[in-house]
Design a protein around this ligand. Structure first.
Ligand code: IVH
Length: 679
């Protein structure tokens, strides 16, 4: 993307995110999942980080919540209700720590510890107590002004109407010394959520998309009786404006909140360093489903209140806290290409090639589109931004297209007229949804090519057996062997019987095969008439691939054993546009050819050597290699065409024969001279 396109993308993302946030925060409605919205926000945030000149005041990254609804009274918060920045990986958390450390003195950095809380998927609210009595309860609204929902909040049992007496004195962050301000999350338990939705269904009322939605909807009821019927719950997580010296840590705040009679989350945990934070995050993620309410991550907070205050805020969020989200079950990405895969039965299946993206913790880069009907149903074009998920929690799946992000450059997909593999005609019987290749051998041919490519003498990818190749091909995960190097764990996990560990190992095996000698590389290309030995000869003669690409059939025939047929076949292969593209692609996906190095003068070109007897200063293999490097050849038996016989100690019958045939006999010393002179 050039700068203009980036600016345009930022604008479109901004608009789309704002639209969905309005639906979500103001109207309590949802058209796309929170995970998908998060994914869009992440893209916007990252683009804005790279191009801060394009940040505008109305960017969703710069604001909190949304406009308050008209029907409730307004409450100005004593201090802004902020939001949190998101982190999606351990690296993001480490980066966060690095960023904040720069703002602290070394002693403070050394002392840093954390308090970790469950990030409850509910609705943030603020409670103002006066003389220990609940006076005002409000929603976050736009962060500055919220809606007065006191009556509704009073129906929630977990919210104390009167605080318990505790020391130190009851005053925090309010406008007067008698005020005491607490914030926390209103939520609904998963089972109560289901109950309410069943009721809604029974009375033909709208179904709530998720517990957060329901909690928000219930708090904004004009009739508190409805709120009361919803069995809402509350966890307190913030005590506002306590003087930093009054309570030293965030953990301490929670203790006080509990003593005051609030419900605090029992899973919350003190963590002395980031490893403990990561440990906690993993553990909570593991038991996530068993927790009776929805959570979407862990909030990591600098434990020292003093340092937290010192760190201040940036934009909408405090620097001293971050939301360490769980991997989203959905994400947004771009369809870079739609390719056609030919299945075992010859059926053609369109497959979306995606810009790699993390979905539920693993990276995916392709998703089947099944058939042309599915493409029309989704309305997907090449270049579209889409929401992807994993059907049944495994199979990558395009859920929805986001047409508002289109630039006009998107292209429609068309089923090819000829099979992309073998070039034969594509047919579509009228009664069927699927198009087919008319060549019944198509799949088998392709499979053979893959088998050759990964075989021992070629890329030698261990663990990638024919059965797996079969499955990868059938699922449209690979089209040509270069695709192998782009496979991600999440692409192969859905394949039948693939466990996470074997998926990881396979990806590792493929990746470690990326570096290859020139000879093996040439052999792997599967050029007709080019076996392992010819590939070695070519590599040694030309040294680098580019020289082979440039060569002529005449030059090729200078190599012993390459006749006119093989020469034509090699030149023809490299001449073909499709093959040139394939070579380019192999380079792009990171295949590294270990070139032979020096392009030798090839002074032994065309000369045939036979070795006999034991050599003293060089191994037999070493001698052979040198001869080959210099363009010569090694033969195992003496014949009229032998040029030299190198004789070591205790030579065998070959020596006798050579003498008889009058072949030039050279000693080891002479041989060494010959090869060294050449160097
Ligand atoms: S601390 C400065 N703790 O997540 C904001 N927030 O994006 C301090 N949330 O608006 C928030 N559980 O609604 C905090 N244990 C928790 C939370 C929590 C849920 C929500 C809260 C906030 C949003 C941050």
């Amino acid at each position: 993307m050039d700068k203009k396109e980036i600016k345009q993308r930022i604008e479109k993302l901004r608009e789309l995110i704002n639209y969905h946030r309005y639906l979500y925060h103001v109207l309590d409605r949802q058209e796309i999942s929170e995970a998908a919205l998060d994914s869009l926000k992440k893209e916007l945030f990252e683009l804005e980080q790279k191009f801060p000149e394009f940040i505008t005041l109305d960017s969703p990254t710069q604001r909190v919540g949304s406009q308050p609804l008209k029907k409730f009274g307004k409450v100005r918060h004593p201090s802004p209700m902020l939001s949190l920045n998101d982190a999606f990986s351990e690296k993001d958390i480490k980066d966060w720590l690095e960023r904040i450390s720069k703002l602290l003195v070394p002693e403070e950095v050394k002392k840093l510890d954390f308090y970790c809380e469950l990030k409850i998927d509910g609705l943030a609210i603020e409670l103002i107590y006066e003389n220990g009595i609940l006076k005002i309860g409000s929603t976050r609204g736009d962060g500055i002004i919220g809606e007065n929902v006191t009556q509704n909040l009073k129906t929630i049992e977990a919210i104390p109407l009167r605080l318990k007496e505790v020391r130190p004195p009851l005053s925090s962050g309010g406008r007067t010394s008698k005020q005491f301000v607490v914030r926390g999350e209103v939520f609904i338990k998963k089972k109560d959520f289901e109950k309410v939705n069943k009721e809604q269904e029974k009375f033909n009322l709208p179904i709530y998309a998720n517990p957060r939605n329901l909690a928000a909807g219930s708090i904004r009821q004009l009739d508190p009786k409805i709120t009361a019927s919803r069995r809402l719950d509350f966890f307190a997580y913030e005590l506002i404006g306590r003087g930093p010296t009054l309570i030293a840590t965030h953990e301490g705040n929670h203790k006080v909140l509990k003593e005051l009679g609030f419900k605090t989350n029992p899973y919350n945990k003190y963590c002395k360093n980031l490893s403990e934070v990561f440990e906690f995050h993993k553990e909570i993620q593991r038991i996530r489903e068993k927790i009776p309410y929805e959570i979407d991550g862990v909030v990591v907070i600098v434990n020292s209140n003093k340092i937290f205050e010192k760190l201040g805020k940036i934009g909408k969020a405090p620097r001293g806290a971050v939301a360490f989200k769980f991997p989203g079950k959905q994400a947004t990405t771009v369809v870079e290409e739609i390719k056609v895969q030919v299945g075992r039965t010859g059926a053609l299946t369109p497959v979306a090639i995606l810009k790699p993206v993390q979905v539920a913790g693993v990276t995916i880069s392709r998703a089947t589109l099944h058939n042309e009907d599915e493409i029309s149903r989704l309305g997907v074009k090449i270049g579209d931004t889409v929401i992807v998920g994993r059907a049944g929690d495994v199979i990558p799946d395009i859920i929805k297209v986001l047409p508002r992000l289109r630039t006009g450059k998107e292209r429609d997909f068309k089923m090819p007229i000829n099979c992309p593999i073998c070039g034969n005609k594509v047919i579509k019987p009228e009664s069927e949804v699927l198009s087919r290749c008319s060549n019944s051998d198509c799949f088998a041919q392709k499979k053979e090519y893959f088998k050759h490519f990964i075989s021992k003498g070629a890329f030698n990818i261990v663990g990638l057996g024919p059965k797996i190749i079969d499955r990868l091909l059938s699922e449209g995960l690979i089209f040509d062997p270069a695709d192998l190097f782009e496979l991600k764990e999440g692409d192969i996990l859905p394949l039948e019987r693939f466990a996470e560990k074997s998926a990881r190992n396979l990806i590792k095996a493929i990746q470690s095969g990326k570096e290859i000698s020139l000879a093996r590389f040439i052999y792997a290309l599967g050029i007709r008439n080019i076996g392992e030995q010819t590939a070695i000869d070519l590599a040694e003669y030309f040294g680098v691939l580019e020289n082979i690409q440039k060569t002529t059939p005449e030059e090729l025939q200078k190599i012993q054993d390459i006749g006119p047929v093989a020469a034509r076949s090699i030149s023809g292969w490299f001449y073909h546009k499709r093959n040139q593209k394939f070579l380019e692609k192999l380079k792009e996906v990171g295949v590294i050819i270990k070139n032979v190095g020096v392009i030798h003068k090839l002074s032994l070109r065309g000369k045939i050597f036979v070795l006999t007897g034991a050599l003293a200063t060089i191994t037999r293999e070493g001698a052979k290699e040198k001869i080959r490097q210099l363009g010569g050849q090694v033969s195992e038996s003496v014949s009229k065409s032998t040029d030299f016989i190198v004789v070591g100690s205790e030579p065998g019958l070959k020596y006798e024969k050579a003498k008889k045939l009058g072949i030039k006999i050279i000693s080891e010393k002479e041989f060494l001279k010959m090869i060294n002179k050449i160097y």
